[in-house]
Design a protein around this ligand. Sequence first.
Ligand code: SAM
Length: 234
Amino acid sequence: MSKSKNVWKDFFKDKKHGGHRYSSEEFLSMEAREKLFHLEGGRTLLDFGCGAAELLTYYAPEYEQLLGVDFSESMLKEASKRIEKKKCQNIDLLLADHETLWDNLHFNFDRITAAGVIQYLTFQEIDKFISDASKHLNKDGKIVLFDILDSRLYPLWKIGLFSQNTNGLRILCKTGFEFRTAVSARLKNSPKDILGFAHNPYTIEKIANKHGFKMICVRSMYYEYKYHTIMFRT
Ligand SMILES: C[S@@+](CC[C@H](N)C(=O)[O-])C[C@H]1O[C@@H](n2cnc3c(N)ncnc32)[C@H](O)[C@@H]1O
């Protein structure tokens, strides 16, 4: 699949939240705490695809300066409201995508992160993203990509293998339905569902290594079919 950008820009143009499993502040704060553990410090942070700043506002107390970037105006409008409500004076917002972002940066960052965003980029776009990000990373900086759909587990989750009330017949029906959806999407050359592309962690690691990073891969605590990658230079 090669046409990602416009499909997704269109999809997110009127969205107002990041689609977390639960929208309660209690859940968002727990999710953010898990992510802060993996971000492991730093003073400045860029959050690519920040959405409505549902996580970014929880990162704010831990950083001196933060920049949230998103290509959706509606998301940034929500982010702005949330930032004001939570009185986070150290967050700036920028309307940009994975291509236009880099020319608009005025300084480098200790952490460049993205949560639930990389699945909207193709492997070629991820390659370019890591290359560009590496040029805007301070010494000892990290690129931390959260909640990537695991191409090995996501199909199993989709057919209901992780659900509580599952049985053989249900799995068979869901498998048939998913197969039909996948074939139809391929014929139309369109994404097969709204969650984006599932990526194999080994391919992401190859991209990281190509740009001089080592990569650690860990399971997401709150989404059984997602993983996080932590990229750092040795
Ligand atoms: C699933 S939401 C996650 C939002 C946020 N990271 C969170 O966890 O709450 C994905 C976000 O990425 C943004 N996005 C997707 N592809 C993008 C791109 N190429 N450039 C900029 N933003 C992008 C969307 O507009 C959306 O706000």
